[in-house]
Each structure stands twice: as C-alpha cells, then as structure tokens.
Write a protein that binds this ligand. Structure first.
Ligand SMILES: C[S@@+](CC[C@H](N)C(=O)[O-])C[C@H]1O[C@@H](n2cnc3c(N)ncnc32)[C@H](O)[C@@H]1O
Length: 735
C-alpha cells in the first residue's frame, strides 16, 4: 500500500523539533531534516522560510535567496520572504537591490515598518549614503521608540561620519532600553578607542565580553585596545585576557599581542625576579624555573611568535642549557615537560637563532647517538629527551625519528617538526614549474629562499571578506577611478613573489570567489604555502614556480596584482614592475611593497660593512654576526635589536644578508607610476597615514609631494616598506 508522504514524512510537531536543532546550533541536522520534510510538501511556506534562515545563518546567502524566491512565487507580498531576501542581498554586497526590496516592502505597510526601515538604513549606510541612513533610522525610532537595533545602527552611522558625540548619545539611548546589550558596549568601546581613551574603551569591551564571550570581533577590539594601552602595573586579570586572546583566532597580529603580553608579565615583580636570575642557572634556581614553567601565558607566548626581547632570549638560552647539561637529573620533573615543548616550539619558530656553545653541541651529539641506539633496540624513548633535542634542531633533520615512535605528550611537536616537514617535501615534488629559472640574479635569490623560506608564519588571522571590489577599495580608503574599474568583482588575482603564502591566502579569503595565481622562485616557500593553505582549507589558489622575468609565459591577464617585498630583490625592479603592469587589465589594481632608502639608511650602511668584510651568508657566519651585534656597545649596532626581524633567522638574513637589494624613494616611485600610466591610489601603512594627517591637517593623502616632505621629517615611518595601491589608467605606458 502507498502511504501518503505528507502524513508519513512529517511529525506533527516538526516546527518545534526543527527549532530545537536550530537554536542549539545543530544547523546541519536542522537543514537535512527540513529539506526531507519539504519533499513531502514543497509549498510549505514556513519550511521554505526556515531553510532560507538556515542558509542565511550558514552565510550561504545565494541559497537562502533561492528559498525566499520560492515563497515569493507563491505570495509575492510575503513579509518575511521579502525582508529576508533584502537582508541576504545586503550580505552579498548588492546594496542597491536590497534597498529596492526594502522600499517595496515599506509600501505594503505591514505593521513592522520600523524593522524594514532599520534594514533599509543598514543597506543605505553600507552603500555609503550615510545622511539618508540617519534619517531612516530616526523614522524607525519614531515608529517604535523601543527598537534597540535602530539606536545601535543610528550610532554606527554617526560613527561612520566621525560624529562621536551623536554616536555616543544614541548608543547610550540604546542602553536605556536594554542595559545589557553587548553590541552597544562594543560600539561604545570603539568610540573611546578613537578618542584614544583606552582605559575607558577597555572597560566597555570587558562589559561586552562579560555579556557575550562568543563574539570574536569584540575580543579583537579588546586586543587592539590592549596594544594601545600603557601598561604600568601588573594585573592578573589582564594576564588571563592575553592568554584568552592568544587562544582565539582574533584579527590582530599574534606577534604584537605576544610582545605586549610579555611586557605585562615583566611588570609582575615575581616574574621579574624569575627572569633576573644570575647565570649560569643551577639547581638552586630550580624552584623558580618550575614556577616560570608553570606560567601559561608565558608558554603560549613562546609558541606563537619569535620572542623579540633580548632579556627573555638570554634567559631561554640559559634555561635550555641547564636542561641539557642536567638532563638525567631533571627528566623526572614531568611538570617541566610542557614548558620544554613550548620552548622547542619557540626555537622552531625563530628558526634556531639562539646561541649554542661548543659544550652544548657535544652533549647534544651524545644525546642523539644515545637515542639512535635506543631506536635500533626498539626501547622506550623519553619525550623529555626528544623535546630537549627539538630545542636545538628540528627533529626532521636527524633523519631517525618517525612520528609513530612518540607518545601523545609530544604529538604537537612531532606534527610540527616531522610530519609537516615531510608533507612539504612531498608537496615540493609536484609543484608546477612554468619555466626553468634562467636569470642570474633570480637564481641567487631563489637559492636564498630555498634555504630560508620567508616569512615563516604559524598563526593565521582571517581577513574580512568582500563581495565587491568597490566596497573593498572604499573600506580601505583607497582612491580610484570608478568609471575605469576593470570588474566589480576581481576574477583573477596574481600574487607575484608569494613567498610562504600568507599574502595569497589573505587575498583568497578577502575575495573568496576570485581565482588566485601565486608564483614564486622558491619551491621550499611554495610547498610551505601549499601546506598552510590546505591546513586552512583554501581552494582558490594555484601555486606555481615562475620568475617575474618570464611572467608573459603565463599567458593570462589579471584584475589585481600584488607584489610586496619582491621587486627590490630583482636585478632591474622597473623591468619586473613593467612586465607585471603589462598583464594587468585596464582599470585594474596593483599592490606594491618596496624598501625605503630613508628608512633603511642604517641597514644599507651595515650591508656595506658586511660586503667589505666579505662575510658570506652561511648559517654560522650569520649567527656569529648577530651575536656580535648583541654585545657591541656601539649605538648604531644596538639599533638593530629593535627590528622585529632580528629575532628570526630567515628574517635576520633577509634584513642584512640579502643577495640582492635596491632601495626606493617617494620621488622615484612617483615617476615610475607616471611612466607606467597608473594613478596612485594610496598607502596601506595605517600608522603612517594617521601621523601624516595629524601633521598635515586638511592635506591630501594622495599627494606624493607632501608624503616626500613628511618622510624627510619622519625618517623611520616606512621602516616596514612603502606599501601602496595603484590603478592602471592607460594601457600603453611611456618609456
Ligand atoms: C621577502 S619575500 C616576500 C614574500 C611575500 N610577498 C610576503 O610579503 O610575505 C620575497 C619573495 O619574492 C620571491 N621573488 C624574488 N624575486 C622573484 C622573481 N624574480 N620572481 C618571482 N618571485 C621572486 C622570493 O623567492 C621570495 O619568496
């Protein structure tokens, strides 16, 4: 007998069942079940709306719209379908369409016009029509003076206008309606961050987090605030906050957070005592060392980024030495093991930049031989010993360790130092090569980056993604000729000289529907990039080996080309730049990063000394030179320890021992841009822009002559390179 599908497939209380899954965030189950029930009745409007809502929550806005459209085929005035379709279009960046829908909905005069007006205001604001959005939010508030969202959004529109007074007023009005609204506290925090009243901003962020600790963007704002705050007194709660921030994927550079966290720890007199031990360390210091090893924030800081602090570096060097020298006695102190693992991770992340004595080298050799014989006999290997070795050299290099030898205590170390390296070697075999590298300079540069891929990065921050190029350009404060825009969404993006892939992965996440091509000379860098992009789950990047000098062999054209920290390592940067410009679509954009002659003045003179002394760039020579700089009393030598590149081997090599390096001035850049037929769209260097505007009130951020003057008076402002955007206006550059 054939049963009636409607009756058999859908339980009576299906709405409750589905809502329970939805509310408990089991969206995949809710989606499967509701689609199953829809099979029974394809015109169930409640179900269609529900499936749309799940897709919306999963950020699948196109799918969401397809369900709302099904409802609209049945009832073209359906409130929820129209309203939710408008919201989905807004999320897709199609603000104009969203506005059309909300305006249409207003005409139907449902009793929820205050909601529609609020949504209309948001799309207007997103489209940059701020004044109108303010008017619309105010009308929404007139219709329903208790509607919190409109107060909050009205405040945000005033924030966009930089009208902090009104923004604060409306956020506070929102708090009168609901005094525990985390989003309002977050926005008040933003106001005080802009006002540079960091203590107050900090309080607002803490309030917001105490009401909802799951909003990652608030944690990010709190991190930005902590970075700006002057920390004078140690505070245990702040220590916990730093730890939580480092354990979350906030959109702030973990290296900066780690450094600031370290600053805080050093304010703790107990911690200060621990790090101010007299060297060499002995058993008399054991209790202090155990306590140091117990500090969770300190361990975490060691894992995320190279420690840019010489005082701590010296302590860690001594700690490592103490462990190796007294291994048999300290091995029973199992509480030290997690810290030793963190230290091994620090050494791996700084690429073994710490000084090693001859005695340590000898002891290490004995230890490695001892383990080799244990491996042969198949006897137990203590994780303490392995972690100790991993503090001196990555485990993969010994060629004797297999991941399966080790127990779970050191699994993360084994993955990092053996498995990932093995994976990269495998990946390297299959990297697509466009052509053999022929250029003499490119060959030398390739060799350097095969030995030392740059930059070695671990933690990743997910950037904001964009659905339209215009929105991206506007949000980034870039100048562009909109009549001349290549595509409203960049389809093809080239990352020229992608190194270890961070830049390409950021581009792939910023423009999720673009196809990214990422080229580099170094297969070792490319394989690192490919492994990391797989780890993060990126699918829209094609990595390949290619020289910018041969870029025409790609036979492709691009809407955006990014080339940061690369052209200045070519024999003739202008030829490279011009070649890239020739494969950029008309109206397209380039993002360029170049060394500044002024900011690198000390580096250039030190490079000359290195050249004169004929110091070849071997690992031993580079490390010895670095150590000499640390102990040199000369003020100019001391300056180098302030560069963050001083604390990681590849970065240090890049800083002072690069095989090829050119430096640029703003005048030179200006003339290149003109010769290529581009317009200057703006610098990316945020700090420089803020300082520039403070010094040049009402001045034009795109006036390179003004920037030239500004740099002369602020010589270190571009120490992290000139990073700027340019737009191609003419297809036939003058020579
Ligand atoms: C300092 S790294 C910068 C990496 C990346 N752009 C970033 O900002 O993180 C320079 C990279 O440019 C690559 N490179 C240098 N000259 C190149 C050329 N002629 N063609 C392709 N890549 C090149 C190097 O192999 C190296 O990986």
């Amino acid at each position: 007998m054939q049963l009636d599908k409607n009756i058999t497939l859908r339980p009576l209380d299906y709405k409750n069942e589905l809502l329970t899954f939805y509310k408990s965030n089991h969206l995949d189950i809710a989606l499967k079940k509701s689609i199953f029930y829809l099979e029974g009745n394809r015109t169930d409007i409640w179900l269609l709306n529900f499936v749309g809502a799940i897709h919306f929550k999963l950020s699948n806005y196109k799918n969401a719209i397809s369900y709302y459209d099904k409802i609209l085929e049945l009832d073209d005035k359906h409130f929820d379908a129209l309203n939710n379709k408008g919201l989905s279009l807004d999320k897709l960046g199609d603000f104009k369409q969203a506005i059309n829908i909300f305006e249409k909905l207003l005409k139907f005069n449902y009793n929820k016009n205050y909601v529609v007006l609020n949504n209309l205001g948001v799309s207007l604001k997103n489209l940059g029509i701020i004044e109108k959005s303010i008017e619309v939010f105010k009308t929404s508030i007139e219709l329903n003076p208790n509607y919190l969202n409109s107060y909050n959004n009205l405040g945000i529109s005033y924030l966009e206008k930089n009208d902090l007074k009104n923004a604060e007023y409306y956020f506070n009005q929102g708090l009168l309606i609901k005094n525990d609204a985390p989003e309002i506290f977050n926005n008040l925090g933003k106001i005080y961050l802009i006002k540079k009243k960091y203590e107050k901003a900090y309080e607002f962020y803490l309030n917001s987090i105490s009401l909802n600790e799951n909003d990652i963007s608030v944690w990010g704002n709190l991190a930005i605030c902590l970075l700006e705050m002057d920390l004078f007194v140690y505070n245990k709660n702040q220590e916990l906050l730093f730890l939580q921030i480092l354990n979350k994927n906030v959109q702030v550079n973990p290296r900066n957070i780690a450094l600031k966290g370290l600053q805080l720890l050093k304010l703790n007199p107990e911690f200060k005592n621990l790090i101010n031990k007299e060297f060499p360390l002995g058993f008399k210091d054991l209790d202090s060392l155990k306590e140091l090893a117990n500090n969770k924030l300190f361990s975490r800081i060691l894992e995320v980024a190279p420690i840019s602090d010489l005082e701590i570096e010296k302590l860690l060097i001594e700690f490592r030495k103490f462990i190796l020298l007294n291994l048999s006695k300290v091995m029973s102190l199992t509480k030290l093991l997690p810290f030793l693992i963190s230290l091994a991770k620090q050494c791996f992340v700084n690429e073994y930049i710490f000084k090693v004595t001859e005695n340590e080298e000898k002891l290490l050799l004995i230890l490695v031989n001892n383990i080799k014989s244990k491996i042969k006999k198949g006897t137990y290997i203590d994780p303490f010993k392995i972690s100790c070795i991993a503090c001196y050299q990555k485990l993969y290099d010994f060629n004797i360790f297999k991941p399966e030898f080790f127990n779970s205590k050191i699994q993360s170390l084994v993955i990092e130092q053996i498995k990932n390296v093995q994976d990269e070697k495998e990946i390297e075999k299959n990297i697509y090569k466009v052509v053999n590298i022929k250029d003499k300079t490119s060959k030398l540069v390739k060799q350097q980056y095969e030995e030392n891929p740059y930059p070695k990065w671990t933690e990743h921050i997910e950037p904001v993604s964009y659905n339209s190029l215009k929105n991206y350009l506007k949000k980034s404060g870039l100048r562009f000729d909109s009549d001349h825009l290549c595509n409203d969404y960049p389809k093809q993006i080239l990352i020229a000289g992608c190194g270890t892939g961070k830049q390409a992965i950021d581009a792939a996440l910023t423009f999720k529907n673009a196809e990214i091509t990422a080229i580099d000379l170094s297969k070792a860098s490319l394989s690192y990039a490919i492994r990391k992009s797989k780890e993060i789950g990126i699918r829209n990047i094609n990595f390949m080996m290619c020289d910018i000098n041969d870029i025409e062999l790609l036979n492709r054209r691009f809407d955006i080309i990014e080339c940061v920290g690369v052209l200045h390592h070519m024999e003739n940067p202008f030829i490279g730049w011009k070649k890239l410009a020739s494969i950029l679509n008309d109206g397209g954009f380039m993002f360029i990063g170049l060394y500044s002659e002024i900011a690198r003045r000390n580096i250039s003179s030190m490079r000359k000394i290195i050249k004169k002394l004929k110091i070849s760039p071997t690992k031993t020579n580079i490390l010895k030179f670095r150590n000499d700089l640390i102990y040199n009393k000369n003020k100019r030598c001391k300056n180098f320890v302030n560069w963050s590149d001083f604390y990681n081997f590849s970065e240090f090599r890049d800083l002072l021992f690069h095989v090829q390096e050119h430096c640029f001035s703003i005048s030179k850049i200006k003339s290149y841009i003109q010769r290529l037929g581009f317009i200057f769209s703006g610098f990316e260097n945020d700090e420089a822009k803020i300082k520039f505007l403070m010094n040049n009130k009402n001045s034009d951020l795109f006036d390179l002559e003004k920037w030239k003057e500004f740099e002369i008076n602020n010589k270190d402002i571009f120490c992290g390179m000139y990073q700027f955007w340019i737009q191609k206006i003419k297809d036939n550059p003058s020579e």
